[in-house]
Design a protein around this ligand. Structure first.
Ligand SMILES: [Zn+2]
Ligand SMILES: [Zn+2]
Length: 215
């Protein structure tokens, strides 16, 4: 999880070819005691026409006898020039970071964190929203979702039912727990779901008001 996302708005250019640098995931290398680059991402010139890259093959071949070249690189928040050694022209091209995807992931994560915080006071505030946020977010932590279920029953707010019934729970165990919680919630409110049309009806009803079936 990336914490500081200011790098996503950085625009950097290669001093060798003037092409825009690509924001790439930093490789999992370890320098010394695992210091690496100290950053989750690196800005790299991935242009195949970059003079640094084009000249690098001969340079490294002559100097070291390896088949490799250089890519220009800068760290986020720094103007310092670095080079990365690459063994082929596609290196790093598969690890380009999608800024929108990261912003979305981060927004989701923050929303989950806020909901977990709000759970603590949701009973006093009769606030169903954090409970639903967690239950309907498949990426939320399972333990938080199970906790949210507990509050769902205590809140006794039947407006949650449609949203939960329309949601596809990927985790089978959680799905069962949701079913049990909803049944409990309905019974506590002297209600049940019609087995034919799924409308909520009185617990003691023998005929559904909505579909007229005998229940
Ligand atoms: Zn370049
Ligand atoms: Zn019915």
């Amino acid at each position: 999880m990336y914490r500081d996302l200011s790098y996503l708005d950085e625009v950097k250019f290669c001093p060798h070819c003037n092409e825009k640098l690509s924001c790439c995931e930093a490789p999992q290398i370890h320098v010394g005691d695992g210091l690496g680059w100290g950053s989750d991402v690196l800005f790299i010139c991935l242009s195949d026409n970059c003079p640094l890259f084009l000249r690098g093959w001969d340079h490294i071949g002559d100097q070291y006898g390896h088949h490799a070249s250089y890519r220009y690189m800068e760290l986020p928040g720094s103007k310092e020039s670095n080079v990365m050694m690459v063994g082929n022209k596609d290196a790093f091209k598969g690890s380009i970071v999608d800024p929108e995807a990261i912003k979305n992931q981060n927004a989701r994560y923050l929303k989950e964190k806020k909901a977990v915080e709000e759970l603590k006071s949701c009973l006093e505030e009769k606030n169903l929203s954090p409970v639903l946020t967690l239950l309907l977010d498949e990426a939320s932590m399972n333990s938080s979702r199970v906790l949210a279920l507990d509050y769902l029953v205590k809140l006794g707010d039947l407006t949650c039912i449609d949203a939960l019934r329309n949601h596809t729970f990927r985790d089978e165990i959680l799905k069962e727990k949701v079913d049990t919680a909803l049944k409990r919630l309905l019974t506590d409110n002297f209600k049940k779901e019609c087995p034919y049309c799924a409308e909520i009806i009185k617990l003691q009803a023998q005929k559904c008001l909505h579909c007229k079936e005998n229940v």
